[in-house]
Design a protein around this ligand. Sequence first.
Ligand code: PLP
Length: 464
Amino acid sequence: MLNLRVLKKFSSSFEQIGIENTKKLIDSLGNYYSSLAYGPIKPLETVAKLPTELPMDPVPFDKVIERIQTFIYPKNLNWQHPMFYAWFPFSLSWEAVQAEILLSALGPENFRSLKDIGTQIEVCVLDWIAQMIGLPKQFHHSVGPGGGYTYATASQAVLTAMACAKLRKPVPKPLVYFSDQTHFSVEKAARVLGLEYRVIPAVYDPAVHNYPMSIHKLKEQIYLDKKNGHTPIFVCGTIGTTNLGATDDLVSLGEISNIEDMWFHIDAAYAGCLCILPELKYKLQGVELCTSFNANSHKMMLSGFGSSNMWVKDSKYFTNYLSDSSSDLNTSKDLDFKNWKFNTENEVKALKVWMVIQQRGVIGIKKHLQDHINATKYMESLVLQHGGFEVITRRDFGLLNFRVKGNNEKTERILQKLADNPRILLLGSNFNGQPFIRFATSSSFEDLSNINETFEIIKSYYDE
Ligand code: PLP
C-alpha cells in the first residue's frame, strides 16, 4: 500500500533539494563566467570523457556539478569569452537565463491559460522591437495587417517564409533567387522544399565599398528564366551578409519583387537589431517593400540562443497556408501563432527579450549595441593606424575584414599563427581567392583592453 504521508514528505523535501541544487548550479555558472576571461579559449588537452555507465542510484548533486565542470571548464570555448571573435555574436544575458528558468519551471501552458498571456507577451515584444528598429506600421500587430513572431532560428524563419511563398504561387516551374553571399540557410530552405534556385553574383560597388547582389545580373537572369517558362516566386535580400557585411539594394529588390509578384524576404539575422541605432537606420531603405523581415535576438538582443524574430507585412501570408484546416479548430478569429509556423505547440520565446527590455530599457539595449560597434570601430582604428593592413570592405556594423597589403602570404601566416594560439579565437575567411582576417566581437561583456591585446598579438605576427 502506498503511504501518502511518507510520499508527500518525500516529495516536499525532494522539491526543497531541487531548489537548493538549482541555486548551486546558478552559483557555479556565475563562477564559470567570472573565470572565463582568465582561461585559455581553446582546449589545452583532451577534454574529459563523460562517464557512460547508466546511474542506477541518484548521483549526489555536487558530483553532477563536478561532472559538468569536467566537460565545460577545460574547454572554455564559449562565445562570451572576451577573446572570441569568430562568426557573429551570440548574445547572452542573465535576464535571458531568468526567462529560461521561468519558461521551463512554469511551462508554456501556464502562459497560455492566463488569458493567453503568452500571446500577449509575443505581440508586445515583437511590436517593441519593430518600434525600436523602425519597421513600417504594417509589420506591427497593433496596427497591422501584419506582425511578428519569435522563431527558433533565422534558418527556421526563412524555411517558413519560403514554404508559404511556394504555396502562395502554385506554378509549374517556380524559382527562388538569392546572391552568392546569401547565408547558406536560404539555399538549404530551397533544397528542402524542392525548389529550383538561381545564385546571383555579388559584385563590388565602390559607392558602398562592399559586394551587394548585382541587380543587373538578377534582372538578366529573371528575363532568361521567364523566357524558359519559369516563374520567379521568391527573392532574398540581406542586410549584413555573413562573410562581408554587405547590404543588398533593397529598394531595387522590392521594385523587382513587385513587378514579378515575388515574395521578398529580408535576412537581417545579424544586422537587423543593430538598426535600432540611429546611425544605421539608413540601412533599412526599402524595407517597406518586403514581404517578410528577419532579425535574430540571439545575435544582438541578449536573448541567448533560439530566438529569431520574423515579421510579415500581412498575417494572411502565413495563416492562409499554415492554419489548422479542421473546421472545428479553425473558427476562432483570435490571433493564434500556431498558424504562423510548422510546429503546433505555442512557446513563449519572446519572454527572453521581454526580460531583457524590462531590466535594461531601450537605453540599455542601445548601449549594448553601441558597445559592440565601438569595439570594432576601435579595432579598425588600430588596424588603419598601423599602415601595413588594408580594410577590404567598409565596416558598417561590428564586422571588420582586413588583410596585409600586398600578396596573400603574410595574411595566411598570421591566420595560421592565430589558429595555433590557445589564447584567442579569431578566424579568417576568403573572398575571390583572397584570404582575410574576419573580426567580429562576440562577448556580451566587451572590454577595449581585450581589443588592444588582440591587436598586439596580430602585430607581433606581422612583425615576425
Ligand atoms: N543569416 C545570416 C546573415 C547569418 O549571418 C546567419 C548566421 O550567422 C544566419 C542567417 C543563420 O542564423 P541562424 O543560426 O539563426 O539560423
